[in-house]
Design a protein around this ligand. Structure first.
Ligand code: HEC
Length: 160
């Protein structure tokens, strides 16, 4: 059995803290369907990604089959068109999505594509099963894709 490098573990614990930080997820609001749609999608992403980071950190037992199942769920989620939730005119309301998203749509979309690539790579390696170092690196890379976008486009607090 291989063990992830200490530096990888440290990087992941930082990311896991971030991934699990928003404890209160939004509920569906009929008046803001696009905002609710995207927030629900992110909540599902976090609900699957969170346990993966916890397994890598050792907070919960690492189970190969569960790791692969979570990766499959993430891969299924990235096939959904989340950009539908960022349509023009959906920048206001109950949201932490910064206005820069609508000013830099191509860059935002590219960051979403980076996430898709990272998740697909993670699904492949998680389904191969036993190389924990490679899986831990895939989890870290996915966390980096979340963070790269949040750093630029997600506010800490609700904006309006
Ligand atoms: C391309 C940009 C981007 C990527 C990549 C991204 N996020 Fe986000 N995320 C956002 C934005 C923008 C919001 C704020 C949405 C809003 O409030 O309308 C958000 C909100 C969230 C929320 C709060 C949802 C809620 O209930 O309001 C969670 C949790 C979250 N993201 C987790 C993740 C995780 C985990 C990943 C990676 C697996 C990820 N995000 C990847 C941009 C991104």
């Amino acid at each position: 059995m291989q063990h992830p490098k200490r530096s990888t573990l440290l990087a992941i614990s930082v990311l896991a803290g971030f991934a699990l930080a928003p404890l209160a997820f939004s509920h569906y609001d009929d008046k803001e369907p696009a905002q609710s749609y995207r927030q629900s999608w992110f909540a599902l992403m976090a609900a699957n990604f969170g346990p993966m980071t916890m397994m890598v950190k050792g907070d919960i037992p690492w189970q190969e089959n569960e790791m692969a199942a979570y990766a499959d769920q993430l891969a299924a989620l990235v096939t959904l068109d989340v950009m539908r939730g960022f349509a023009d005119g959906t920048d206001k309301g109950t949201t932490r999505a910064k206005p820069e998203i609508w000013e830099n749509k191509p860059d935002f979309t590219a960051k979403m594509d980076d996430l898709t690539k990272a998740v697909n790579a993670l699904q492949t390696v998680a389904n191969q099963g036993t190389d924990r170092k490679a899986i831990a690196e895939g989890v870290a890379a996915t966390g980096q894709a979340c963070k790269a976008c949040h750093d630029e486009y997600k506010s800490k607090d609700y904006l309006y």
